[in-house]
Design a protein around this ligand. Structure first.
Ligand SMILES: [Zn+2]
Ligand SMILES: [Zn+2]
Length: 228
């Protein structure tokens, strides 16, 4: 039936049918009931994953493509997958539609789907949208100058704006230099390190590789300089 599985051999069709029956004929990523349904190897065959029920999970073809981001055979169907996995999806298949969808467009960090919110027109997100980490949504939504519309924020689970605003200090003070301009908001520093390092060009020199002790020495010297 499917050209994706040429050469899987005798018994595969029966195993596939058993997998689909066990999973109630529903895709286990999006939980929609659209065909054709396929049986996905959780541990890939190429890594020694067995043809057995406990290594197989039912997926629709678009969601199957999400599990194989580098397989060109799925390029036509992958964009039809939902942006977020359903909340019922198991960890093995609960991932964002594409690797780029896991990147926050303000801080450029990579996040799990539970930590992401999308800004766009609809849940399916087939049109233009941005993904943001929850703390960065808190930063951007607190800044009235930017273009985040609360009615256009989506995730696969409930979240509240007060909860996200409470988390804004978890986000970096400055947006990444590669941030989307529509969400490139700065937030107010809340500590001396944030004020004198994270909110200045010093963050490019001291941000990643200095440990806490070295930062403390730096701040001490800066303090001496400023008060000297
Ligand atoms: Zn699906
Ligand atoms: Zn972020």
């Amino acid at each position: 039936m499917s050209s994706d599985w040429d050469g899987y051999g005798d018994g595969w069709e029966q195993l596939r049918e058993e997998t689909l029956r066990r999973d109630g004929y529903r895709c286990q990523r999006c939980f929609e009931n659209r065909g054709p349904l396929q049986a996905h190897h959780v541990v890939p065959r190429s890594d020694g994953g067995p043809d057995s029920l406990d290594n197989l999970v039912t997926l629709c073809r678009p969601c199957h493509g999400v599990q194989h981001p580098d397989n060109n055979r799925f390029n036509d169907s992958r964009p039809k997958a939902s942006l977020f996995p359903d909340t019922r999806a198991s960890e093995e298949v609960a991932r964002m539609r594409g690797p780029e969808d896991s990147v926050c467009e303000r801080c450029r960090g990579v996040f799990d789907h539970t930590e992401l919110v999308a800004h766009g027109d609809s849940y399916s997100m087939t049109d233009h949208y941005l993904t943001l980490c929850k703390p960065c949504v808190g930063v951007v939504s607190a800044d009235g100058a930017l273009t985040l519309n609360e009615n256009r924020l989506h995730s696969n689970d409930r979240f509240s704006m007060p909860e996200l605003r409470d988390r804004k200090t978890e986000a970096p003070v400055r947006p990444s230099v590669f941030a989307d301009s529509s969400v490139a908001a700065r937030r107010e520093p809340v500590s001396a390190k944030e004020r004198y390092v994270d909110d200045t060009v010093l963050r490019f020199f001291l941000g990643g590789w200095l440990n806490t002790a070295a930062t403390a020495v730096f701040l001490y010297l800066l303090f001496r300089f400023l008060t000297g």
